[in-house]
Write a new protein. Structure first.
Length: 158
């Protein structure tokens, strides 16, 4: 370790002042570019989030269970609903299939597709294979009921 440090020191002391200034300037320019990239990535992230909020319309699924309300924000373009632990929205209800239904968004419109669940998928108490959804719709998977709602203001991030 000491030999490496002494070799680096010898190399640095053998450089001319103009070489050191040029090296320092290069390091400074690289640092400035790195900072610019970090700021650009942050700005792009915010823009993507705003675009997604337009697509998802800040919607969520609301579920009431034992006097408690749960909100599941719709933050992906495909959301798997089911009992399995790999489901995006996991419903621990024995009447819900492991992979019960999938919700997708296309052109700002959400739809739900039944995945051949034994107990079926219902929208506003009508059994469906696939259906477009609107705010206020009641989705029933087995005995679990979910409502498509606008996210509460306190749930939305600024």
């Amino acid at each position: 370790m000491q030999e490496t440090l002494s070799e680096v020191w010898e190399m640095l002391t053998s450089l001319r002042i103009s070489d050191l200034i040029l090296s320092a300037a290069a390091v400074l320019i690289l640092d400035l570019f790195a900072i610019a990239i970090i700021f650009a990535a942050g700005r792009e992230s915010k823009l993507c989030k705003k675009r997604w909020q337009k697509v998802s319309a800040n919607l969520a699924l609301r579920r009431r269970e034992e006097q408690k309300e749960y909100y599941y924000p719709l933050e992906a373009d495909e959301i798997l609903l089911g009992r399995h632990s790999s489901a995006d929205i996991q419903l621990k209800d024995p009447s819900v299939s492991r992979y019960h239904a999938v919700m997708t968004v296309t052109g700002g419109v959400w739809s739900i597709t039944d995945l051949n669940a034994r107990s079926g998928t219902f929208v506003n108490e009508q059994r469906v294979r696939q259906r477009k959804l609107a705010v206020g719709d009641c989705i029933r998977l087995g005995t679990a009921k979910l409502y498509l709602v606008k996210r509460p203001v306190e749930e939305q991030e600024e």
